[in-house]
Design a protein. Structure first.
Length: 99
């Protein structure tokens, strides 16, 4: 069985794109963050750091993504325990994380 990936993307098109990347890598997208093996979060979401810390505390790897011009948010996400990348690198990072 493949990994279960929780995708928390505000942009529905981006979420669909990430879901396709996960499916191509043999993973299943899930809507329930409690049952996931990997979490993908938008670093620009208001509660992103709190959610990252929660997943990390449960031992769930987190991939956070955001605009490259928001290096402060990406840095904060890394400090909270996530792998944090700019939007342009999120697909590659997701493949690596679930591969």
């Amino acid at each position: 069985m493949g990994k279960r990936v929780y995708l928390a993307a505000r942009d529905l098109m981006f979420r669909s794109k990430l879901g396709a990347v996960a499916a191509a890598a043999g993973a299943e997208s899930v809507r329930d963050p409690v049952v996931c093996d990997v979490a993908v979060l938008d670093a620009e979401a208001p509660d992103a750091l709190e959610r990252i810390r929660g997943f990390v505390a449960r031992g769930i790897p987190v991939l956070a993504y955001g605009a490259h011009v928001r290096a402060d948010l990406l840095r904060a996400a890394r400090e909270a325990g996530a792998v944090a990348v700019p939007n342009s690198q999120v697909e590659t990072a997701l493949r690596e994380l679930i591969g």
